[in-house]
Design a protein around this ligand. Structure first.
Ligand SMILES: *[C@@H]1O[C@H](CO)[C@@H](O)[C@H](O)[C@H]1NC(C)=O
Ligand SMILES: *[C@@H]1O[C@H](CO)[C@@H](O)[C@H](O)[C@H]1NC(C)=O
Ligand SMILES: *[C@@H]1O[C@H](CO)[C@@H](O)[C@H](O)[C@H]1NC(C)=O
Ligand SMILES: *[C@@H]1O[C@H](CO)[C@@H](O)[C@H](O)[C@H]1NC(C)=O
Ligand SMILES: *[C@@H]1O[C@H](CO)[C@@H](O)[C@H](O)[C@H]1NC(C)=O
Ligand SMILES: *[C@@H]1O[C@H](CO)[C@@H](O)[C@H](O)[C@H]1NC(C)=O
Ligand SMILES: *[C@@H]1O[C@H](CO)[C@@H](O)[C@H](O)[C@H]1NC(C)=O
Ligand SMILES: *[C@@H]1O[C@H](CO)[C@@H](O)[C@H](O)[C@H]1NC(C)=O
Ligand SMILES: *[C@@H]1O[C@H](CO)[C@@H](O)[C@H](O)[C@H]1NC(C)=O
Ligand SMILES: *[C@@H]1O[C@H](CO)[C@@H](O)[C@H](O)[C@H]1NC(C)=O
Ligand SMILES: *[C@@H]1O[C@H](CO)[C@@H](O)[C@H](O)[C@H]1NC(C)=O
Length: 838
């Protein structure tokens, strides 16, 4: 018992220090060394290594699984490894995450053994495996060979891993299916295993970069020798004999030596291959009678046919010659020279029997076999005609067609917490932070919100020293025109200067309101200039926008820099938003997909903006047209809410400003507002919920091209959410990146936003808090009980403001083309104007 405890602490300590277990081979100690026995609640010793059970408190810190179970073999046999008695079964997107210390090549091994547990026949699993964002195994299964004969499958990858988070994710291929794994190894490779030296692609003049590749070991052969088990290998590899691959057995004869080889710094090290590989070989089996006979020794290895690229690593050690400079031979892959007239002595002098290796890349032919030959060279002279091979590895360049580009931003320095103890502490910190945050929110509400700390007051000293401070503190009631802040007026000449007289080349968008130009003011401020088409009916919206925007300034609301009313122009000048609308970064464009963290930050920014809008002024402002095209991104992907043309002050205001027409964009419309024409800030919450789904699923709110049940994103996604299967429909680019707990939190929050009745929806403040929590879950390795993160309830917060309903039969919905164009917004404007009889 005491011993067990000691072991636990030793393991825990070593994990916390990110160091390896002290038991590994003295020759090589990996800096990162994560060994997991999946599905096991005890640690398992295998040879000299200790595998941590992923159901132990230490091991579970690596597991991020919304739905997984540990299973054990119902009829365990004396299987090949104690690791294969248990497995973890994944019924939903799940992952293991490891903290990588040093950006070096790592080895990743996944063990699969398809036993049958009481509930799961693992041979029926069908799933995808992603390693660090790359889809490595798709529609993968490990079938039984025969009904009662199971073979373990070991997948080994050699890849460059950057320091920071490294993730191995499992995703069932379809709903009834599941994934599994028995054991995982992730450890740093010695620096010389894969170097930056480029490798020749045989049969071409090209050289290939290995460090940028994901490599998968396919064959690892101890030529002329016995099987080498992980126990006897410096990197816990298995090397198998070559007999089954020799094309003509009589052409080769195995040789061995008893002394260890003479390792030298310019050749192979013990980590490249162990002693036993270099101490045995196959050489030419030349009959006594005919010493001049010339032939090749040929091996044939099964590979994927048709131009699949492989790395072939040949291991040599001259254990046959009696002195240096006697042995010359040729090495071939297919009919290409891998090396002509190889002279090991010239590389390894002054010592004979020194390990040496060469790497070559080759593209497979159509036969499905990779042929390797060694044979005499023209330089070989009697009686020294010979050729040999000690070992060979055939390693595939993993085809990562379905790969997901790594999008995780590097600048995040949030500590990833490893270990259950630290995890628990982090959870407490998180809860405290969260509580403080909420308290702050409420205080702010009471104080009628000064611009919040994160909001930046940007002084406007252009044009006659006007600044926000001149903006009157009056309400938004009355004629918007009366409230226009004259300090923001910009002379027409300035606008013309900024836009080079409305140069068509500077147009960045068009809409019903008119054109939007990119421009630069005299002080080099980059701006977006929205120029109303003269004569169009847009004055009320123009004025609303000026009134709303000049009154409030916030880091997450697009700032109005000025406006121009001269010469019957209606021009609005905004801060320039480099990256444009959020929608363009989600789907239907060429932009690099955003990472989950970026998406969360964008959602949090927009939620902040809306929260401020709702609570930041005396009456609160309802945006009424929240959608992904009205959330703009600046050059740093900071989200800002835009387009206040439709916005309305909250209740208690002059009722004549409350429209009776239902406005907004189809697909985003609050069903309650639609039915009862009761406008509350909860209508924005609903629309924001739809935006959250767009962010998660990367598809439009309405897509009429899809089947009927899929057309409306909110309805469709909520069906999946209710089934607990939301991960089935998320943006495939997120599958690897997204932490399942973060996803769950996000999906729950979205579901609440989309509640049928406003009273059941959270406030923007709650939404904000929950999104921040989802971000914490993404960034922090915290294992929590499911009940701990249920959504915050709105009940203890101020009641939603309800705009008194004005009786009207004039309900209109603008069925725009899924709410993506300003034209539509403008049509809605016109509608508004007509309805209100302006
Ligand atoms: C990290 O890797 C680099 C080379 O890849 C090596 O020089 C350095 O010593 C390593 N750091 C540690 C702490 O092992
Ligand atoms: C997986 O298999 C299913 C059918 O079994 C197929 O529809 C799907 O395209 C396959 N996926 C991949 C990535 O091969
Ligand atoms: C059994 O399965 C293994 C791995 O899937 C495969 O290499 C082997 O050829 C199979 N054997 C038979 C007899 O099917
Ligand atoms: C695999 O073998 C197990 C017995 O070990 C058997 O129960 C199961 O049905 C087999 N699965 C398949 C797909 O043959
Ligand atoms: C299981 O299959 C392997 C080869 O795939 C074979 O060597 C072994 O003898 C088989 N065992 C049984 C019990 O059928
Ligand atoms: C692993 O992910 C990191 C970023 O998370 C990336 O820099 C690195 O290139 C990735 N490695 C591979 C092999 O994909
Ligand atoms: C090879 O890979 C290294 C590291 O990824 C990179 O710095 C180098 O530019 C690459 N060279 C080529 C030719 O791609
Ligand atoms: C390790 O190698 C030695 C000598 O080559 C051999 O006797 C022993 O059986 C091997 N051990 C294992 C576990 O393979
Ligand atoms: C070949 O010569 C070796 C000694 O050089 C001898 O031991 C061996 O029996 C010979 N083999 C044949 C087939 O004559
Ligand atoms: C050995 O194989 C290569 C490549 O196929 C071939 O060109 C060469 O003629 C062969 N040598 C002998 C002696 O058969
Ligand atoms: C090697 O010798 C053979 C005949 O012995 C000759 O045909 C061939 O051209 C030579 N190759 C080279 C590279 O010299």
């Amino acid at each position: 018992m005491e011993k067990k405890k000691q072991l636990f602490f030793a393991v825990l300590l070593s994990l916390l220090q990110f160091s390896s277990f002290p038991l590994v081979s003295p020759d090589f100690t990996p800096l990162d060394n994560y060994l997991l026995d999946c599905g096991s609640n005890t640690n398992t010793a295998v040879d000299t290594r200790q595998f941590v059970g992923d159901s132990t408190s230490t091991g579970s810190a690596f597991l991020f699984a919304a739905r997984s179970v540990s299973v054990s073999d119902a009829s365990p046999s004396q299987g090949p490894s104690p690791l294969y008695q248990t497995a973890r079964v994944f019924t939903g997107l799940s992952s293991y995450q490891f903290q990588i210390q040093n950006s070096t090549t790592h080895l990743v091994r996944l063990h699969f053994f398809p036993f049958s547990s009481q509930k799961y026949d693992l041979s029926a699993a069908l799933f995808n495996v992603y390693v660090n964002g790359s889809l490595l195994l798709s529609n993968f299964s490990v079938p039984n060979n025969s009904s009662n004969n199971k073979t373990a499958v070991l997948k080994e990858y050699i890849l460059m891993v950057d320091s920071g988070k490294f993730e191995i994710a499992f995703l069932p291929a379809n709903t009834p299916s599941f994934g599994f794994v028995n054991a995982i190894e992730v450890f740093s490779a010695p620096p010389d295993l894969i170097t930056d030296a480029q490798v020749e692609l045989v049969g071409s003049a090209r050289r290939i970069n290995l460090t940028s590749q994901i490599l998968e070991t396919v064959h690892r052969i101890n030529v002329g020798g016995e099987k080498v088990t992980p126990f006897n290998d410096t990197l816990w590899r298995t090397w198998i004999p070559d007999d089954d691959y020799l094309v003509l057995k009589s052409a080769a004869k195995s040789v061995s030596r008893t002394q260890p080889p003479n390792y030298q710094s310019n050749g192979a090290s013990q980590e490249i291959a162990p002693d036993s590989v270099y101490m045995t070989a196959q050489e030419m089996n030349i009959p006594n009678s005919s010493t001049s006979m010339k032939f090749n020794i040929t091996w044939s290895f099964p590979v994927s046919p048709g131009g699949v690229r492989y790395l072939v690593r040949f291991h040599f050690c001259d254990i046959v010659s009696t002195s240096l400079y006697l042995l010359y031979f040729n090495v071939y892959i297919y009919d290409y020279y891998a090396q002509q007239d190889l002279d090991i002595s010239s590389h390894m002098a002054p010592f004979l029997a020194s390990p040496y290796y060469i790497d070559r890349a080759v593209d497979s032919d159509s036969s499905g076999s990779l042929l390797i030959r060694v044979g005499p060279s023209n330089l070989s002279a009697n009686p020294n005609v010979n050729a040999l091979l000690n070992g060979v590895e055939i390693i595939k360049f993993a085809n990562v067609e379905g790969s997901i580009p790594p999008t995780e931003s590097k600048k995040s320095n949030v500590a990833v917490v490893v270990g259950a103890v630290v995890g628990g502490f982090a959870l407490i910190c998180l809860l405290i932070t969260a509580t403080l945050l909420r308290m702050k929110c409420r205080e702010k509400k009471k104080a009628q919100l000064k611009p919040d700390e994160t909001g930046v007051w940007s002084p406007l000293d252009l044009y006659g020293g006007s600044s926000y401070s001149k903006i009157s503190e009056g309400t938004l009631s009355g004629s918007p025109a009366r409230n226009l802040n004259l300090g923001l007026k910009i002379p027409f000449a300035e606008v013309k200067y900024a836009t080079k007289s409305f140069d068509k080349k500077l147009v960045v968008g068009t809409g019903g309101f008119g054109m939007v130009y990119k421009g630069v003011l005299r002080d080099n401020t980059r701006v977006a200039v929205k120029r109303g088409v003269p004569g169009r009916q847009g004055l009320p919206e123009f004025q609303t926008e000026i009134t709303v925007l000049s009154k409030i300034r916030h880091r997450h609301l697009v700032s109005l820099i000025g406006y121009c009313e001269e010469q019957s122009e209606m021009i609005l000048v905004y801060e320039y938003m480099e990256k444009g609308p959020l929608r363009n970064h989600l789907y239907g464009s060429e932009f690099q997909p955003l990472s989950w963290k970026q998406r969360l930050e964008i959602c949090i920014g927009s939620a902040r903006g809306l929260h401020y809008l709702h609570t930041g002024s005396t009456q609160g402002i309802i945006h009424r047209d929240v959608k992904s095209t009205n959330i703009l991104l600046d050059e740093n992907y900071v989200a800002k809410v835009a387009d206040f043309g439709l916005s309305r002050s909250g209740p208690c205001l002059d009722e004549t400003h409350v429209s009776t027409a239902v406005k907004g964009s189809f697909g985003y419309l609050d069903p309650e507002y639609f039915k009862r024409q009761q406008l509350t800030d909860k209508s924005d919450v609903y629309s924001f919920g739809v935006v959250l789904l767009e962010v998660l699923c990367a598809r439009p709110a309405i897509d009429p091209l899809l089947s009927r049940e899929q057309v409306n994103l909110a309805e469709w996604a909520m069906k999946w959410q209710k089934k607990g299967l939301i991960e089935q429909i998320i943006d495939p680019h997120l599958v690897v990146d997204i932490n399942p707990n973060s996803l769950r939190k996000f999906a729950e929050t979205t579901e609440k936003c989309l509640a049928e009745y406003g009273v059941d929806r959270p406030t923007m403040g709650d939404v904000l808090w929950n999104l921040e929590y989802a971000l914490q879950l993404q960034q922090t390795a915290v294992n929590r009980e499911p009940h701990e993160d249920s959504i915050t309830h709105a009940s203890d917060l101020p009641l939603p403001r309800i705009v008194p309903r004005i009786p009207s039969s004039n309900v209109r919905i603008e069925e725009d083309s899924y709410g993506n164009s300003e034209v539509i917004t403008s049509q809605v404007f016109s509608q508004l104007i007509t309805n209100e009889g302006r």
